[in-house]
Design a protein. Structure first.
Ligand code: ZN
Length: 120
């Protein structure tokens, strides 16, 4: 079990995970490129908001399928439900206190810029 918090502490979430994160990625889509966050992913049922649900702000764009959440007080991106798989929750691993993203090397790149659902 890991605990995720935004910067100001209004948002707290619990991630049902034991051991290492499954996969760590950065993404080059238009929003992730701006956030610059390193993310991992769990099933929706393994990500539970403990506190501050009313402080979460939802941001959507383009196809409006993906849900991007951030704290309305401190502005920190906490988690999202991706368009490619809304049953999953992607989250900002830097929001986990005891996890040091600066020790990571060679984080995989998700090519969100060329989203499969945008191909005709
Ligand atoms: Zn906050």
């Amino acid at each position: 079990m890991k605990k995720l918090t935004c910067h100001c502490g209004e948002i707290e979430a619990e991630i049902n995970i034991t051991g290492d994160f499954e996969k760590l990625v950065r993404c080059n889509c238009s929003i992730c490129k701006r956030k610059g966050a390193i993310m991992s992913m769990v099933k929706n049922e393994d990500f539970k908001i403990l506190k501050g649900k009313d402080k979460l702000k939802l941001y959507q764009f383009h196809s409006k399928i993906a849900k991007h959440f951030f704290c309305s007080n401190c502005g920190i991106y906490t988690h999202h439900n991706p368009r490619s798989n809304p049953a999953m929750t992607g989250f900002n691993v830097a929001c986990i206190d005891d996890f040091d993203t600066f020790l990571l090397e060679n984080v995989a790149l998700n090519d969100g810029k060329n989203h499969p659902l945008d191909k005709k």
